[in-house]
Design a protein around this ligand. Structure first.
Ligand SMILES: C[S@@+](CC[C@H](N)C(=O)[O-])C[C@H]1O[C@@H](n2cnc3c(N)ncnc32)[C@H](O)[C@@H]1O
Length: 420
């Protein structure tokens, strides 16, 4: 009987009782997809992992050994204990009740196999190999990747309804795009992109996708934003699905909400795919943490595009100067000298460590270290140009103890349970 190939089927388990016997890591991996499918999951095991315990609100936990009657009224069973004898009993009890049963220990003895599963939009990819789980998982990954990149197309899998999707593209490396961002790009009829959006993924767009490069739009800054809003609304009202593709996250100095307001005012449906903001990810890539136990319990992200003292500045430098945590400055290269002076005037020590990270996540990425007092001359001497992130605070010394003498006071103090 075992020489026959499996017969694939998509089980619709919503509201149906599924019994998982076993509470270890195998069961732990099997349970979430069952919950996602809407199944009424019952786990039977004398002991369960903390992760399974954490699912207690979504499943029924029966903390004892397996009894054959556990399978009464079940539609599907997973035998996932580390005891082959128990798994065999589960298999036999399932067979007797004509319930399909997966066995984690012995696929040849099972009446059902679990495929390697991936999803792309509304399409589910399930690969059943000849009992070679790794091979199946690799093939599944290849298929899902090909769908994401548009090498394979699954028409109907993606949402093509008219409207605008604000998509954050991360700091520049296309590898740092989210899965949702890739899916949104694959669904677009029109892509409206900025200079800092990851450019190489734009080459992958289908030839009939209209690409609008807003850095080429003429006129001043706010006029350009009005034009962007107009393009988004006009294309969406013409029935197109428009992706507004920006670097980082659209809501961190990205004017994303102005675009939402314009869409709402015109009755255009709009949704958001958050991106990895450069304010955290660029320091992260450079291995500078924005917080560190015992060193920085807060981080503040500010824009440096307006100099201190300017009537349009919304920053409270007296408060910023008093902060002890990490200060991350975006768009700060031009005004760095004035900002550093103002922070010192309000109490931040001139010896505070500073890192400037240029072209984060790109092949040209570079990091320059200095102090608040030497920031101006360092920017000058090193030829620092935007895009750059300036990180101010003791976390820089934690990341580079070889460069700064003083180990920040308090680094490595005992953990509280909150921090642990
Ligand atoms: C208009 S702001 C947009 C920020 C973006 N929305 C985000 O969340 O990252 C542009 C500034 O972000 C910073 N920036 C963005 N990408 C960067 C990168 N890859 N490397 C360094 N700085 C970057 C620079 O300070 C740049 O001047």
């Amino acid at each position: 009987m075992n020489d026959f190939p499996p017969y694939p089927a998509g089980l619709r388990l919503a509201g149906r009782r599924v019994v998982v016997v076993g509470g270890g890591t195998v069961a732990q991996r099997r349970i979430p997809p069952l919950i996602d499918a809407g199944a009424r999951v019952e786990v039977v095991a004398p002991e369960v992992t903390p992760a399974i315990e954490g699912m207690a609100e979504e499943i029924t936990l029966t903390l004892r050994g397996f009894a054959e009657t556990d399978l009464d009224e079940a539609w599907y069973v997973i035998a996932a204990t580390d005891d082959a004898e128990v798994n065999a009993r589960v298999g036999a009890a399932a067979e007797e009740r004509r319930i399909f049963c997966v066995r984690s220990d012995d696929a040849t003895a099972a009446s059902a196999w679990t495929p390697a599963v991936g999803r792309h939009g509304s399409v589910t990819v399930a690969v059943l190999g000849a009992r070679e789980p790794r091979q199946s998982a690799r093939l599944r990954d290849d298929i899902v990747e090909a769908l994401r990149e548009g090498v394979l197309t699954a028409s109907g899998a993606l949402d093509h309804s008219p409207g605008v999707v604000l998509v954050g593209g991360g700091p520049g490396d296309p590898g740092l795009l989210t899965v949702a961002a890739r899916q949104a790009l694959a669904s677009a009829d029109v892509v409206v992109a900025d200079r800092l959006a990851p450019r190489s993924v734009l080459d992958e767009l289908h030839a009939d996708v209209e690409l609008i490069d807003v850095t080429k739009l003429p006129r001043g800054r706010s006029a350009r934003q009005e034009q962007i809003n107009e393009v988004l609304v006009e294309r969406a009202l013409a029935g197109k699905r428009v992706v507004r593709f920006k670097g980082g996250d659209n809501f961190v100095f990205g004017r994303g909400f102005e675009e939402i307001q314009a869409c709402r005012a015109a009755g255009v449906p709009v949704s958001v795919v958050p991106g990895l903001t450069s304010s955290i990810s660029v320091p992260g890539l450079a291995q500078i943490p924005v917080t560190h136990r015992g060193v920085a319990h807060e981080f503040t992200v500010m824009s440096g595009h307006i100099p201190p003292g300017h009537p349009d500045s919304l920053l409270d430098y007296a408060a910023l100067g008093r902060l002890r945590g990490t200060l991350v400055i975006l768009m700060g290269v031009e005004n760095a000298a004035a900002i550093a002076a103002e922070l010192q005037r309000h109490g931040r020590a001139g010896s505070t460590p500073v890192a400037v990270i240029l072209d984060g996540s790109m092949p040209t990425e570079r990091q320059v270290l200095c102090t608040l007092a030497s920031l101006e001359e360092t920017i000058e001497a090193e030829g620092v140009r935007p895009p750059a992130i300036i990180v101010i605070g003791d976390v820089v010394a934690v990341a580079h103890p070889e460069r700064y003498d003083a180990v920040p006071a308090g680094a490595g103090v005992a953990l509280t349970s909150e921090e642990a």
